[in-house]
Each structure stands twice: as structure tokens, then as C-alpha cells.
Design a protein. Structure first.
Length: 366
């Protein structure tokens, strides 16, 4: 059932174009090109009353939430906070009937996320569940549900569940913006076109993974690996770092590149691998500056940039290009090489990729 792949993780990475296609199927009205969520029972009145959104999740789903925060704020201008479920449930978050709480969980069974859902409902907040599992506790208990349609994810390390959650957030952001009449037809069209191009763009990227395999082998004996980025790239850096430590057991950290000087730079030594994401146009020059800072301390830098951004060549030791898309959508493309790098690093180290030590696929206890 691994379909010729050595591990479920690799199979699931390669399933992403298909899974994303499924996530978006039926979500666009063919005539108007508007985003359609027939399963949501929201009225314009209800949506207009929300003055705050919380996104609550654990692990990789939390990282998808960070992208969701960016997308929803950008598209709807409603303030969004993202919280780790085990933190959210033990404090007194300020939520009421005018708050939308979005809980995100591949399995739909994560104990802390489920508790956050129940607590939010108790104080009258509307809860939307984003999950991959039909009939899961979260799917049953949330007021509304978006199913990510990724198909079964077997590997403990989450890949296609993450990208389908991220896509669900883009669609949701556009949908709420439509309801609030805050998105121009022109921008919506750009966004929809951009989204529709993603599956084939990922496929394109997956045709050239040899270089990444070679790179993975070159970092396998490192003591520590750093992931840097700004904005959406920082959120993707967090996910890349989690993936690497989860299956290769190499220590890694993700940093907002602008924070380097505030402590982390002290950890960079001769030869320390740094994966620097530089896909965001608005902060591209700033990222190049940060790359210079780590290079000056001896770091070996792999730059992840958008095709056509040739300048980065002069700054890094190697480059991984992703196809061009809207700035907002880059996470769907830039996370894939990071998944591949962690896979091949773990493979080179002979680790148990689909079942990393100490971890379970579904965390149903606190
Ligand atoms: O089923 P969930 O999405 O609620 O699971 C949340 C985390 O346990 C999960 O994403 C975990 O971080 C992954 N193993 C990361 O690859």
C-alpha cells in the first residue's frame, strides 16, 4: 500500500498535488469564480459580528494556523491570534459570542485541541473545525467543519495534512472576505488562479529532488541546523525545523531572521547549516542582509527563493528555487523541499522514518 515508495512519508509528500486538488474541488463557483463553502451555515450578519478570531492547534497544525493567521488578517482585516492548544486551554483567553475559534487537527482527536473546542463553546464562541477525519470528535462537535480531504495520512510526520490545512485557510480567508465584501474581483481572480496552479507547480518541484537528497546527506552529521525566514517564511521555517528534528533527531531551530542579533547568532559556527527562506518580495533585501550576517560567521547557507530571484546566488552556497506564485501562497511550495530534505536526512541516518521514536500519530492524552 506504499505504492512503490519506501516509506509512507515519501508517498504522502508525492500525494500533495492530488490531495490539494481534492481540497479545492467544489470550492469554486464556476460562473462567478467565487469561493464556495456550502457546508458552512454562516450568515453575513454572523460573520460581520466577529471582531476576533483564534486559531488553536498543536504541532504541525499550529504551524498551518500561523499561515492561516496571515492569510485571514490580510484578506479580512479581522485580528487573528494563533495559540498552542495546551496553552490556550489553561489560561483565560478573552472569547465570547463575537469570537470565531478555529480548531485545526488532522486526526480530529488531539486531546488539547478538543478541550479548547469544548471550552470555547461553553463561553458561547462559534467553533469551526478544520480536520481531515470524517466522524472524528472534532468533526462531530464543532459548530461547522471544513474537511481537508487529504486522504489517510499514515506517517507520523505530517506533510499532506499540513498543505491541505494551509490551502483550507486560504479558501476560508477568501470566503470570509467575500462575505464582508472586502475582496476585489480582480484580486480574487488572481488568488483563485494562483491556487489552481499550485498542484502542478508542486509536481514540477517534485521532479527535481536529487539535489535536495544530496544536500540532505551533506547535513546529516551536523550538530544543529537553523531555519531562517521573515513573515510567512518564518512560519514555514518552523514547520521545516519540526519536520527535521521529528524524524532525523538532529537538533534544529527556526528563527525570525530579524531576531538573529538578539541571541541566536551566537550559535552560528564555521560550517553550521542554515536554510534561509527568501520568498517574500517585501522583505527580500532584508533577508539577504540576514544571510550575510550568518555567512560572515561561517554558516553554510542553502537559500530557498522564487524562480527568477537570481541575486541570491551571490549570497548563498546553494539555492533551491520554487516556482513563482503570489507572495501569500508561497508556503504551499516552499515547505515541500523542506519535507524532502528532512526525509532524505533521516533516510541517510537510517532512522525509522514513518514511526519516529517517542511519538504517536494521534495524541489523545494530554
Ligand atoms: O492530529 P493533529 O493535527 O491534531 O496532530 C497535531 C500534532 O500532534 C501533529 O501535527 C504533530 O506535530 C506531527 N507529528 C508533526 O509532523
Amino acid at each position: 500500500e506504499k505504492n512503490g515508495f519506501d516509506h509512507f512519508m515519501l508517498k504522502e509528500i508525492f500525494e500533495q498535488p492530488n490531495a490539494l486538488q481534492k481540497t479545492m474541488t467544489g470550492r469554486f463557483d464556476e460562473e462567478s469564480n467565487k469561493v464556495d463553502f456550502q457546508e458552512l451555515d454562516w450568515t453575513a450578519d454572523k460573520v460581520n459580528n466577529w471582531n476576533k478570531i483564534y486559531i488553536v492547534a498543536c504541532g504541525t497544525a499550529y504551524h498551518a494556523g500561523l499561515i492561516g493567521q496571515n492569510a485571514i488578517e490580510e484578506l479580512t482585516r479581522i485580528p487573528v491570534s494563533v495559540e498552542i492548544a495546551s496553552e490556550f486551554r489553561y489560561r483565560r483567553p478573552i472569547i465570547d459570542e463575537n469570537t470565531l475559534v478555529i480548531v485545526v487537527s488532522q486526526s480530529g482527536e488531539t486531546a488539547d485541541t478538543l478541550a479548547a473546542l469544548r471550552q470555547s463553546q461553553k463561553v458561547g464562541a462559534e467553533v469551526l473545525g478544520i480536520t481531515n477525519v470524517v466522524g472524528s470528535s472534532i468533526a462531530r462537535e464543532a459548530d461547522n467543519v471544513i474537511l481537508t480531504m487529504a486522504g489517510p495520512e499514515i506517517a507520523v510526520a505530517s506533510t499532506k495534512a499540513y498543505t491541505t490545512q494551509v490551502l483550507s485557510f486560504y479558501l476560508l480567508g477568501a470566503y470570509v472576505a467575500q462575505m464582508k465584501e472586502m475582496i476585489s474581483d480582480e484580486y480574487r481572480e488572481q488568488l483563485v488562479k494562483g491556487i489552481q496552479a499550485i498542484p502542478s507547480q508542486i509536481e514540477e518541484g517534485l521532479e527535481h529532488t536529487k539535489g535536495l537528497q544530496w544536500y540532505a546527506e551533506s547535513i546529516k552529521d551536523s550538530k544543529s541546523v537553523f531555519f531562517l525566514g521573515r513573515g510567512l517564511d518564518h512560519a514555514v521555517a518552523l514547520e521545516g525545523s519540526l519536520k527535521l528534528k521529528e524524524i532525523s533527531y538532529i537538533h534544529s531551530e527556526a528563527y525570525a531572521a530579524g531576531e538573529l542579533k538578539h541571541g541566536t547568532l551566537a550559535l552560528i559556527e564555521e560550517g553550521t547549516p542554515v536554510i534561509a527562506l527568501a520568498t517574500q518580495d517585501e522583505v527580500y533585501e532584508k533577508m539577504l542582509g540576514n544571510i550575510e550576517e550568518v555567512k560572515a560567521r561561517g554558516a553554510q547557507v542553502m537559500g530557498v527563493a522564487t524562480e527568477g530571484n537570481m541575486k541570491i546566488y551571490q549570497y548563498v552556497d546553494e539555492t533551491c528555487y520554487i516556482p513563482a506564485t503570489l507572495s501569500l501562497l508561497t508556503p504551499l511550495l516552499s515547505v515541500v523541499p523542506l519535507q524532502i530534505i528532512s526525509y532524505y536526512t533521516a533516510l541517510a541516518l537510517g532512522k525509522d522514518i514513518d514511526k519516529p521514536r517517542n511519538l504517536a500519530k494521534s495524541v489523545t492524552v494530554e
